[in-house]
Design a protein around this ligand. Structure first.
Ligand SMILES: [Zn+2]
Length: 507
């Protein structure tokens, strides 16, 4: 089909949105276990005219001449970023389909012939009390990953980098990412290195105690599989009953002045289903009118945490102003939506919130917060190290040395021994780690602002919700995280507020 199509930005917006809706629905159906595999390629073919290199050239030319600092410039940057990404995601669609199909059916076989669904391995590791058994499961998992998944992922990243570099928008993958995302990688890497150094003593101080009391292990014995069991924190399970999770959290959202289902625009898919991904996710299929919150229950505080996180995303999508152009609803800096998701899941670090909505009780809050601070420090250190590693993955040529580098960086930051099999699996494509890190920082500043405006119990202040919906959610993802921090908090993003919060919890 060589039909000539007028590739105006408005045409691209209209067809782009239709394309995103169809792709998003495929992902939702496959990842929620309702379809064996996502059929992405037919969707790419259907919209080929607006996804190709010609469309990219059109928006790129307009982007280069648009006056900087305007919404026009901002929108064209987002459209260029989207179409540049589409050049690789379209070519990689067969690989992604293959990977999704693999994940839905792969099985890990243990030495005693027991079989575990690959999707359930993380849950199984977290729930296995015996260290030897954990390590046996981990060994079997790593074998399957090394043999089957890692080669697919490695090929995927190599090709993504190659395709992006061939667009010649900037000098190399990393410079292209910076140009189109507005995120400065070196500056963030510098902040991460400082953060890792300045929290090293605190980490060395808290880790041995938790490892000994929870798992009876020493730091030099612990692997990443043990980390999963360590953070499972079973002792608090009774305080987070599965039966009341959804109703308690919905009540809290209502008390804050927000309808938790956004007038029916959010659909909750929270039951167990075979083939459903173990990792919870939010699928915005039509924005703001049809948003799915999908999770597979594991039990305990993890469910509460992920439900809050995904609800933050879902409410963000469902409360975006419908008149915003396509690019400010569907594209943009995902640090914003991750920041709102974290704004919600960090309520699990708020003593007043825990006392009111969970069964924790005031006598256990202190212990729980100490554990939460420890976990927060671990995740931040892990992501700070991941970003440094991923900058090497996308920036340097020597792919064979990456597994060793991955193990060195991640083990040094977390003290848990990492497995080289995961060097291409434990990677968030296209610098999603950078989005998370900036979201963490943004969340801390938004929380401070909410406390200033609506008091320390802002989360049940009926005036807070409407403000959040209009000043934050309503804006979609028009701004960069740093711009929003300036507008809402009058401050710059940084790790300092996070370090202060962790010190308060673990101290
Ligand atoms: Zn998220």
């Amino acid at each position: 089909m060589a039909n000539a199509v007028a590739l105006t930005p408005d045409h691209l917006r209209r067809d782009g949105e239709a394309f995103m809706e169809e792709i998003s629905r495929e992902y939702y159906l496959a990842h929620s276990g309702q379809k064996a595999s996502a059929e992405l390629q037919p969707v790419y073919e259907k919209y080929a005219a607006v996804l190709g290199p010609d469309a990219l050239s059109v928006v790129l030319e307009l982007f280069r001449v648009a006056p900087s600092g305007t919404d026009e410039h901002r929108g064209l940057r987002l459209l260029t970023d989207w179409l540049a990404e589409t050049q690789s995601s379209r070519a990689l669609a067969p690989l992604d389909e293959r990977e999704i199909a693999w994940e839905g059916t792969a099985v890990v076989r243990l030495p005693d012939d027991r079989e575990i669904e690959y999707q359930r391995v993380a849950i199984e590791l977290a729930n296995t009390a015996d260290a030897r058994e954990r390590h046996a499961i981990e060994k079997a998992r790593a074998n399957v990953v090394e043999r089957e998944l890692a080669p697919m992922r490695r090929e995927r990243f190599q090709r993504e980098r190659q395709i992006t570099e061939r667009l010649e928008l900037a000098d190399g993958y990393n410079a292209t990412f910076e140009l189109l995302s507005g995120v400065k990688l070196d500056a963030l890497r510098g902040e991460c290195e400082t953060f890792l150094r300045s929290t090293q003593a605190m980490w060395d101080d808290v880790l041995p105690d938790f490892l000994r009391t929870r798992l009876g292990m020493k730091p030099d014995e612990a692997t990443r599989a043990d980390a999963l069991a360590l953070f499972r924190a079973k002792e608090f399970d009774q305080s987070f009953p599965p039966a009341s999770m959804e109703s308690s959290i919905r009540r809290q959202v209502r008390e804050k002045g927000i309808d938790p289902s956004a007038n029916g625009r959010i659909i909750f898919d929270t039951g167990d289903r075979e083939g459903k991904r173990s990792r919870a996710f939010c699928a915005p299929v039509r924005v703001p009118n049809e948003v799915y919150l999908v999770m597979r229950p594991h039990g305990g505080q993890t469910d509460w945490n992920t439900f809050l996180h995904e609800l933050g995303h879902a409410l963000h999508f469902a409360y975006m102003r419908p008149d915003l152009p396509y690019e400010f609803r569907w594209l943009g800096d995902n640090s914003i939506t991750e920041g709102y998701a974290m704004l919600f899941d960090h309520l699990m670090q708020n003593g007043g919130w825990l006392t009111r909505y969970t069964a924790l009780g005031t006598n256990k809050v202190r212990d729980f917060l100490r554990a939460a601070g420890f976990e927060e420090l671990h995740f931040l250190r892990r992501y700070a190290a991941k970003l440094g590693y991923e900058i090497e993955l996308y920036g340097r040529g020597a792919w064979n040395s990456l597994p060793d580098l991955y193990v060195d960086r991640l083990t040094a930051a977390t003290s848990f021994r990492y497995n080289p099999a995961d060097a291409f699996v434990d990677v968030d494509p296209r610098y999603y780690a950078a989005r998370y890190l900036r979201a963490w920082q943004l969340q801390a500043l938004i929380t401070e602002t909410l406390v200033d405006r609506f008091d320390s119990d802002w989360w049940r202040n009926p005036r807070a919700g409407p403000w959040i919906c209009s000043a934050l959610f309503g804006e979609g993802q028009r701004e960069l995280a740093g711009e929003q921090a300036e507008r809402v908090a009058g401050k710059q993003l940084g790790f300092a507020p996070l370090v202060r919060a962790i010190e308060r919890m673990v101290g």
